[in-house]
Design a protein around this ligand. Structure first.
Ligand SMILES: Nc1ncnc2c1ncn2[C@@H]1O[C@H](COP(=O)(O)OP(=O)(O)OP(=O)(O)O)[C@@H](O)[C@H]1O
Length: 302
């Protein structure tokens, strides 16, 4: 193992074989401490020869099911590289060596929104609105320009960079969800995502519109930012579906009493169980109340 690729880790050490070390040396990458771990790999801090700090996600192909490798991985990689938007984590380099995939991406120095919410109580609604609006813009780019649905929207996939700009990441389940020529929506039949954030069609395992399922998950994210709890009981699926179907009475009974009526209307549009009637992300990112509230947000100081 060469010194330039030796990880100076606290905790987990990234084991390299000589092939990977040689590749890292050639590309001038230095791997530093571990940042976190997800279902499909570990994430490390890294630096390139120009001193630029990045995050590198190391995905171990041998730990993935064949289904995941064949169905999701090619999608994740191609979508990642083409996505360039200020509210999407930029991917700089991807390579594969020794049964691992290395994804070098923009480093977000202030963690994810789930972590921020846990540490900061109370959190101003204006700040929630700003970060929600920023991630909505990133998602809008993914929907309208890439014609892809994200399909795993959650606060854990909303990262904060060094300037506290919110950016969406983790396109593991992203999928082209509209036909290019006529921009006709293609229904999804892969029921992915994270339980409390899943749209009713995904929970019921019915073919669904991936764009509208993302909007539902954005609704759950915004509700969480405003209330610090999930809108529906997600540990009991039949009960979750009953609560969702009792629209809008159940969700209206869950809103904070002091939540402005404009916020309730915005959330109502995202929680409509009928996906045809549910808002599009474009409508949400142009919502006047959201824009006004965001403009009053005060960013945290370092
Ligand atoms: N670009 C990044 N910059 C800084 N930290 C990051 C970056 N990407 C990921 N991390 C950190 O690594 C952790 C693991 O990320 P990863 O995307 O692998 O998993 P996850 O989203 O938490 O879970 P899963 O992928 O299983 O849904 C994140 O929670 C975050 O703390």
């Amino acid at each position: 193992m060469s010194s330039s690729s030796q990880p100076s880790t606290t905790g987990d050490v990234l084991e390299f074989d000589s092939k990977i070390s040689a590749l890292f040396n050639h590309k001038g990458y230095k791997i530093m401490n571990k940042l976190g771990q997800g279902a499909y790999g570990k994430v490390y801090k890294a630096m390139d020869s120009s001193g630029r700090v990045s995050a590198v996600k190391v995905m171990d192909l041998s730990l993935m099911s064949e289904n995941f490798r064949n169905k999701f991985l090619p999608r994740e990689l191609s979508t990642l590289i083409e996505c360039r938007h200020e509210n999407l984590i930029q991917v700089w380099d991807i390579f594969r060596a020794s049964n691992k995939i290395f994804i070098f991406m923009e480093f977000a120095g202030n963690g994810d929104l789930a972590g921020y919410l846990k540490k900061h109580n109370p959190m101003e609604d204006s700040l929630s609105c700003l970060w929600f609006l920023q991630t909505s813009r990133g998602l809008s780019f993914l929907h309208e320009r890439m014609l892809s649905a994200h399909r795993d929207i959650k606060l854990d996939n909303m990262l904060l960079d060094g300037q506290y700009v919110a950016k969406l990441t983790d396109f593991g389940f992203a999928k082209p969800s509209a036909e290019k020529e006529r921009r006709q929506v293609l229904l999804s039949r892969t029921f992915c995502g994270t339980s409390p954030y899943k749209a009713p069609q995904v929970l019921a395992r019915k073919p669904y519109n991936g764009f509208k399922a993302d909007v539902w998950s954005m609704g759950v994210s915004l509700f969480l930012l405003f209330h610090r709890q999930f809108p529906f009981c997600w540990k009991d699926r039949p009960e979750q579906l009953r609560q969702i179907a009792d629209y809008p009475d159940y969700i209206r009974s869950r809103y904070r009493q002091d939540l402005p009526e404009d916020a309730k209307t915005l959330l109502d549009g995202m929680f409509n169980p009928d996906e045809k009637a549910r808002s599009w992300i474009k409508t949400i990112r142009n919502n006047k109340w959201l824009l006004n509230m965001s403009s009053t947000a005060i960013l945290p100081t370092q």
